[in-house]
Write a protein that binds this ligand. Structure first.
Ligand SMILES: Cc1cc2nc3c(=O)[nH]c(=O)nc-3n(C[C@H](O)[C@H](O)[C@H](O)COP(=O)(O)OP(=O)(O)OC[C@H]3O[C@@H](n4cnc5c(N)ncnc54)[C@H](O)[C@@H]3O)c2cc1C
Length: 312
């Protein structure tokens, strides 16, 4: 962060007490895989209105920043992050009206789905157990067990850093695809999202959520830190974990990073893993899968150091 940017930020923060400011925050505490040096500055707006004012100020002040949710698809740099991170945890309101559920960008998916169940609304259960936020999920169109978060999306309210406009976007206008969409490609920032759900008996919904969670527990290494499945599925009929296991990668290690024995699509932090360990392991897995099957794997997880900052 340069001096001008720091000054802009300080002047804003002095008049906006609704932003919680944290400095020198270990990135290992902001990401599920538990890796990384310190983030210079983490800003946590306490509600949606404050988030918009903060984004406006950062954009107008040309301050480079990146929005993060629960950090469950991110690997952070060992050397730390010198830019500004805007963390959405405070934008977590959930409301229900009829069969429409509206959630703030920072609401964790698990809480959204439990609230839907309590309201007798079905349609998101397959996503139960994905540890991200609504914003992070829409960014990459997260999905599981044949369903994606965009399937039940009614609209998303987004902030466009280029124009400073807040708009309400339909799913059709957001061009969602397999783990992609306009939010990712156009650098939009999700503020909130509305989902159209289907009335159902809460006990039946809870049963389905329980079954999904049991399946995850049986097939995924949930007791060790990870960023979920590391690679994108190469094609709809090729589960990536099996491909990696069949290439002989289960149990491979680099420093503290290891390919999970339970689900070879996951790289787990067995203790003290670094970003460099994860990168080396990814390269080894890619090479082995390419040699064995001629398939070029593409990472699904993101490296914070490679993500563009919105104000840059
Ligand atoms: C144990 C485990 C299991 C998982 N299982 C699945 C699974 O079944 N399916 C699946 O798809 N994923 C899965 N994941 C990966 C991850 O949970 C999802 O990708 C999730 O959507 C990431 O959300 P997040 O809030 O953690 O985003 P983060 O990791 O914080 O950020 C990821 C990206 O989203 C962007 N972003 C975050 N918030 C916003 C916002 N408000 N507006 C715009 N961009 C934003 C960030 O800038 C970054 O580029 C799993 C991860 C773990 C650790």
């Amino acid at each position: 962060m340069d001096r001008e940017c720091k000054a802009t930020l300080s002047s804003f923060l002095s008049v906006e007490p609704c932003v919680n400011v944290r400095r020198s925050v270990p990135l290992s505490t902001l990401t599920s895989i538990g890796i990384g040096g310190n983030a210079a500055c983490v800003l946590m707006p306490r509600d949606g209105g404050c988030m918009i004012r903060l984004l406006d100020r950062l954009v107008r002040g040309n301050a480079p920043f990146r929005v993060i949710g629960n950090g469950t698809n991110l690997v952070a740099p060992d050397a730390g992050y010198d830019g500004i991170l805007v963390q959405t945890a405070g934008i977590d309101r959930i409301s229900v009206s009829g069969n429409v559920l509206i959630a703030g960008a920072g609401a964790p998916l698990g809480r959204v789905i439990r609230r839907a169940m309590e309201s007798g609304l079905s349609g998101l259960e397959e996503l139960y157990g994905i540890p991200g936020t609504v914003g992070g999920a829409l960014y990459m169109n997260a999905g599981a067990y044949g369903k994606s978060v965009s399937d039940r999306l009614r609209y998303a309210t987004v902030y466009c850093p280029g124009s400073g406009e807040v708009t309400v976007r339909t799913p059709a206008s957001l061009s969602f695809g397999y783990r992609t969409g306009a939010i990712m490609k156009d650098g939009l920032i999700v503020l909130s999202a509305a989902f159209t759900l289907t009335p159902a008996e809460p006990s039946r919904i809870a049963e389905k959520m329980g079954a999904i969670l049991d399946q995850r527990k049986a097939t995924q290494p949930l007791t060790l830190p990870s960023a979920g499945s590391v690679f994108r599925r190469p094609s709809p009929d090729r589960p990536v974990g099996k491909l990696i296991a069949d290439a002989g990668c289960s149990g491979l290690t680099e420093g503290g990073a290891a390919v999970s024995d339970l689900h070879a699509g996951f790289i787990v932090n067995t203790g003290g893993a670094s970003e460099a360990d994860v990168r080396r392991l990814i390269e080894r897995v890619k090479e082995k899968v390419s040699d064995a099957f001629g398939v070029e794997l593409v990472p699904e997880i993101e490296f914070l150091s490679e993500l563009g900052a919105y104000g840059a």
